[in-house]
Ligand binder design. Structure first.
Ligand code: MTE
Length: 517
């Protein structure tokens, strides 16, 4: 889970003095050289400005433990620049990345307690050695700065482990996802977010950008970015974006799916999206009486069957007016990155990612669903192959909400784990905003099940994280997971039950083969 900054601290360079504590401030500017205006005598004079010691982090939970042991430590006493709370006890360790808004730090090493701490009023020379012993491994962590910027007290802290890599599914690097994925927070940091684009990322000049709103509306209008921001309240929704192709690689084990990207379980991420509500905008332009569908068209340039056009699709009016659909300009409290739709993208919580159109340029209200290729000829579920044109799925059902699903994140396929009690972790997500109410895990391919604990319940439109433990004897085992939601719905047992021509929406029990030794 992510945490929060509870205090920022620095010690002014004036006098180049020794001594602690640092004093609290509301904001800090962090550069690759370190914390601006903060003087660290040891780092400056002894460690030649070591970039691995640019910032010192401390956990409020460690301080609380020390207080419980009789040491009245306060935030800033350890000489730390950032006191953070709410992180799992093992979250901070060398190699993990700490995201604070635009700032990215990488934890480099543990900070060893030193005699300078004897100067704290409640320590002194006599109690000093006992204090250093109590602090062993708990003085905090040094970090280097991967990306600088400004941070403020109370900002969220996301910790990301780096034992993963970005899988790239196409030559241009447009379709990527991070795996293995062991999340430390409900929200996915931007550098761990999957990307799915059907054409190169368009370069958009935000000053010239306009959003056209037309079709069955009372007052067709065109908005500049400023007009859009000025006209409507700022709203945020935390929502998990799920690509319809998630887990397609399992279908591919049954036979080839020509022309389709072999997505595994990495095509899913959760963002904190901020922007304006589509409902607010639609109410302002007036929804025409005959309007039933809302179409979104992107400013990218896709080529299909000799035609070039912007990626698009539509949602029904009820969903469009539901309040949770956003025209987002920010992802995780920072401007939307180019790959994710800068300057504005649609976010349709609970629906397949394809309806969350990026680089939005036009919204059109109509009586019928969009005729855009990606609504009328792709992202449709067809279960029987069309004999005359095996890749034509236009007779299928246009996809909307994503189905109830669950995935094992840890251990990963073919992993060798120590025999005995093995922890199993993953995510589960209900359909149409319904949270998963139960998650079960099997260690024998689905013969027997144990209940998992849903430790992180998530928000209405997000995944939840669960964990369980299974006993594994030496040898090979097929782990499986299945979730149930509040309506009693559960997941199909086999891939055959959910197979469709283009391999969308796979929500069969997720199985992972592991070996115990
Ligand atoms: N919007 C445009 N304009 N072009 C695209 O190719 N891809 C869609 C959707 N919006 C796409 C788009 C698909 S299929 C998905 S899953 C999501 O964007 C992926 O969003 P992300 O790249 O921000 O993760």
């Amino acid at each position: 889970m992510g945490g929060r900054i509870v205090q920022l601290s620095l010690k002014s360079e004036e006098g180049r003095s020794r001594g602690l504590p640092k004093h609290p401030v509301q904001e800090l500017v962090i550069t690759p050289e370190g914390v601006q205006g903060d003087f660290n005598r040891w780092r400056t004079e002894e460690a030649a400005g070591d970039p691995d010691q640019a910032v010192l982090l401390q956990s409020e939970e460690f301080l609380a433990d020390l207080r419980a042991e009789g040491w009245p430590v306060q935030a800033g006493d350890m000489g730390e620049n950032l006191t953070v709370a709410g992180l799992r006890s093992d979250a901070l360790r060398p190699g993990v990345r700490v995201h604070l808004g635009e700032v990215v730090l990488e934890v480099s090493k543990v900070c060893d307690p030193c005699t300078i701490l004897f100067g704290l009023p409640y320590v002194g020379i006599e109690r000093g050695p006992a204090f250093l012993r109590a602090l062993a491994g708990r003085r905090g962590w040094f970090a280097r700065v991967l990306q600088g910027g400004m941070i403020r007290t109370d900002m969220p802290v996301d910790v990301v482990s780096t034992d993963c890599r970005r899988l790239v599914h196409d030559a241009e690097g447009l379709n990527t996802g991070v795996w293995p994925f062991r999340p430390d927070s409900l929200v996915t940091p931007v550098d761990r977010f999957f990307t799915r684009s059907h054409a190169p990322v368009p370069r958009i000049d935000p000053t010239g950008w306009r959003l056209e709103v037309d079709g069955l509306v009372d007052r067709p209008r065109s908005f500049s970015l400023e007009e859009l921001r000025g006209a409507f309240p700022r709203r945020s929704v935390t929502a998990t974006l799920v690509c319809a192709g998630l887990r397609r690689d399992e279908f591919m084990s049954l036979g080839p799916l020509r022309g389709e990207l072999p997505w595994g379980p990495e095509a899913i991420s959760t963002g904190e999206w901020t922007g304006v509500a589509l409902r607010d905008l639609l109410q302002a332009v007036g929804v025409g009486e005959r309007a039933r569908h809302v179409e979104f068209i992107g400013l990218d340039d896709v080529e299909r069957h000799g035609h070039r056009f912007g990626f698009g699709g539509s949602i029904d009016l009820a969903k469009a007016l539901s309040g949770e659909v956003l025209l987002a300009s920010e992802l995780n409290r920072a401007p939307l990155p180019a790959a994710h739709g800068f300057p504005i993208r649609v976010v349709v919580p609970g629906w397949i990612g394809a309806r969350s159109v990026k680089w939005l340029g036009r919204i059109t209200l109509a009586e019928a669903p969009s005729t855009n290729y990606f609504q009328s000829r792709a992202y449709r579920v067809l279960r029987e192959i069309n004999a005359t044109d095996p890749r034509d799925i236009s007779a299928g059902v246009a996809m909307s909400g994503v189905p109830l699903n669950a995935v094992i994140l840890d251990p990963t396929a073919a992993q060798v784990v120590p025999a005995g009690r093995v922890p199993v972790r993953g995510w589960a997500m209900g359909s149409e905003g319904r949270p998963p109410t139960a998650v079960e895990v099997s260690s024998n391919g689905g013969e027997d099940w144990v209940a998992a604990r849903i430790g992180v319940k998530g928000a209405a439109w997000t995944w939840a994280f669960w964990e369980a433990a299974v006993e594994l004897a030496p040898g090979g085992h097929t782990l499986a997971v299945r979730a149930t939601d509040g309506s009693g719905a559960t997941q199909p047992r086999t891939l055959g039950e959910t197979w469709n021509v283009k391999g969308y929406g796979n929500n069969a029990w997720h199985r992972v083969f592991v070996r115990a030794e």
